[in-house]
Design a protein around this ligand. Structure first.
Ligand code: ZN
Length: 529
């Protein structure tokens, strides 16, 4: 595979701008004042972005939605003046100005009343942002959407990374990144405030056949240019979550040197590393983590805590140009996070919202001119509890006063033809089954696929390390716990029992190509079985 001309031009633009990016790190004082300015200019920044990237951008699908809603720019200015950014966004949402996750990704045309519009995801790109770093959407149950990022956007978000790490006392911690090949955005985000990582690991072998050469190319180019500018970056090394020895060695090395290692990782990878550290007697106590990209649950955090590791979640997606929120430092739940409302505004449809959006759906809007994609009440398929309850933690004192908790995907889990909620599945896999049969949060997994005749199949994987278990009883406990909910879950329990699903299979959980272990994994039965 060769680089296309368009990709080549992206890469060369990126390399030309990189030196000035690396040589002008953001200081903590600068980060604090940038945040205060952004919070003070929120309404003006939002209106400016909407004017330039939507009203003045003929391709923008939001322009059509606003026209359908009868909202001209002057109307929006008045609305924001009267009700603030969130109040205006709620009014727009009720008038049909929003995108569901299927509409956002172009999987389904936008239909409002009798009018229909097809969204090309490329038309959501911010025409004013200079884009040059390819990122990939981490959507867990669908093919990723190519998203392009910019150095300006990464630096904008690095301000918040700098402030959150400083709030944890971690500006001087040694940084490591354990992600997927080509995770340049994360490396650059840390480098933006003078803290380039010393450990760079990939869950997937960067030399896997079939992987786009861009991943190896861009890593080499980044390291080469950084080295020329006096910023040494580590080579990316392969560390599979099931064999995390390179990561554990890096953590140990930093601790042996008297430092504090801080690793960015997926929760399931971090859990596996902590389990292996505990099992092999590798002492990683004192290591710090930021975990993201999958639900962060009590059961998963408990494994990390048992290894003496302090983990804080962050929340976001490639569509939002990185993260939207960072973990509260006095959390009430395992996934309690503070919204970066200097970068985004979040509103919820409430009980009388539009079809296809649950009342607690998170509708995200971009505020910054550097946003790679323009979002206006765009749903990523997640829902959460949103509130402004005081926690007293340093992030609240910085001005981020809104919390998200109980964050879950509401995209349909059509396991075995029945729709289930993530929340119920997670509870049963991480709490009910381990409480009854032993094991931890990564020892049970649902795998949905198809049988030989195309019929839906559902397997419940149970890790062989749990020893011999009565399979029929495991299936029965699973069904009873799923059926204990209401509505769809009850139907599932009854239907599945009749159809003898799930089939209990003794094997370790399956990982996505990106190395994540999801609660419900989609796999063709025979290709991976
Ligand atoms: Zn807090």
């Amino acid at each position: 595979m060769a680089l296309s001309l368009a990709e080549f031009s992206l890469v060369s633009r990126f390399l030309r701008q990189l030196p000035s990016y690396l040589l002008r790190p953001v200081t903590i004082e600068e980060a604090r004042s940038v945040l205060q300015q952004r919070l003070a200019r929120r309404e003006a920044d939002f209106l400016d972005l909407v004017r330039r990237a939507i009203y003045a951008h003929s391709q923008s699908p939001y322009r059509v939605l606003l026209e359908w809603a009868g909202c001209e720019y002057g109307d929006l200015v008045r609305l924001v003046g009267d009700r603030g950014v969130e109040g205006a966004l709620r009014a727009l949402l009720r008038s049909g100005v929003y995108l569901t996750v299927d509409e956002l990704k172009g999987r389904r045309p936008v239909a409002r009343g009798s009018r229909v519009l097809r969204v090309d995801p490329v038309a959501l790109r911010n025409p004013w942002a200079s884009l040059h770093v390819a990122a990939r959407s981490g959507a867990s149950r669908s093919a990723g959407t190519p998203v392009v990022n910019s150095l300006d956007s990464i630096r904008d978000r690095a301000v918040n990374t700098c402030l959150t790490l400083a709030a944890r006392g971690g500006l001087l911690w040694e940084k490591g990144v354990w992600a997927v090949p080509g995770s340049l955005t994360l490396i650059l985000r840390y480098a933006a405030f003078g803290a380039p990582p010393t450990g760079w690991f990939s869950c997937v072998d960067p030399w896997t056949p079939g992987l786009h050469p861009r991943y190896r190319w861009s890593e080499r180019a980044l390291r080469g240019v950084a080295a020329l500018n006096g910023v040494p970056l580590p080579a990316q090394r392969h560390a599979a979550p099931a064999d995390p020895r390179p990561v554990l060695r890096w953590l140990r090395d930093v601790l042996d040197r008297g430092g504090v290692p801080h690793l960015w990782a997926f929760p399931s990878a971090a859990v596996q590393a902590c389990q292996i550290a505990l099992g092999s007697g590798t002492d990683i106590r004192g290591a710090r983590l930021t975990v993201t990209g999958e639900p962060v649950t009590d059961a998963r955090l408990a494994v990390m805590r048992a290894a003496g590791v302090d983990a804080v979640p962050d929340y976001g997606s490639a569509e939002t140009g990185g993260f939207v929120a960072y973990g509260c430092l006095a959390p009430r739940t395992s996934d309690d996070v503070h919204v970066f409302h200097d970068l985004h505004a979040i509103v919820q449809p409430g009980p009388d919202g539009p079809p296809g959006l649950p009342g607690e759906a998170l509708c995200v809007s971009s505020l910054r001119a550097t946003s790679p994609l323009v979002l206006l009440n765009a749903s990523m398929g997640d829902q959460a509890v949103v509130d402004d309850e005081a926690c007293g933690c340093p992030l609240e004192r910085l001005g981020w006063t809104t919390h998200l908790r109980a964050i879950r995907s509401f995209e349909k889990l059509t396991a075995g033809g029945i729709t289930l909620l993530d929340t119920d599945v997670v509870r049963v896999l991480e709490e009910t089954l381990p409480a009854r049969f032993g094991g931890g949060p990564l020892d049970y997994q649902l795998v949905e696929g198809e049988g030989p005749a195309g019929e839906p199949s559902l397997r419940l994987l149970v890790h062989p390390r749990l020893g011999a278990l009565p399979e029929a009883e495991v299936a029965e406990v699973f069904l009873r716990a799923i059926a204990a909910g209401s509505g769809a879950e009850r139907i599932a329990g009854t239907l599945w029992r009749d159809a003898r699903i799930p089939v209990v299979v003794r094997r370790p959980p399956m990982a996505t190509p990106g190395g994540k272990i999801l609660h419900v994994h989609a796999a063709p039965l025979y290709a991976n079985g």
